[in-house]
Design a protein around this ligand. Sequence first.
Ligand SMILES: [Zn+2]
Length: 230
Amino acid sequence: MTILRNLRRLFFPHCCCCCGAPLVGSEHDVCTRCMETLPLTHYATLPDNLAALRLRGRVDCEAVTASVFFREGNTTQTMLHNIKYRGEIGLAHTMGRFMGEELAASHRFDGVELLVPVPLHRRKQRRRGYNQSLELCRGIAESFPRPISVDNLVRTVYTESQTHKSRIDRMANMEGVFAVRQPELFAGRHLLLVDDVMTTGATVEAACQPLLAIDGVRVSIATLAVAGDY
Ligand SMILES: [Zn+2]
């Protein structure tokens, strides 16, 4: 299936990477029909949204948003899978641009000075060849122009897939996973931490720890997707 799909993309690059339909007109990477079936959250304009509430009491952050709902078997799941494991970097840019449009239009994120992707461990990044969160940032920066901090926040501990762990296990597993190389580069700045998906929030919580330990740092959070019902 993957081989066939990849071959098809090789010879017909102008196909939707979610459903395989030919792209027309101004469509990029994903067709209008798939875009329309994406369950949008509209959280950018909603301060007390599900993603923000999930982090409340755990992370002291400014504004939190996620653009689309994720659940088993929906279009978002296909999209995330393609972005994360199938090298669909163009799709990451397209969705990042969409995230940036929402951030800009909401004006809740106007104070953000720097985009910070949640990093992969360097071993995982070498194997995958790219970091999907960084690619989302590149898309965001096109419609919400801010510089991207590429390698100041680092993942120092290699963690296995968290999918089958309980929430408590995930949190214990994430403790001390991230570090900041040069804290002075972030001091006093308002950072936007960017990730592909928020499930329990354990990853962004762990990534915020070394950031919020720096003098004067404020953190806002944007993920492409959030696990939850709609
Ligand atoms: Zn499609």
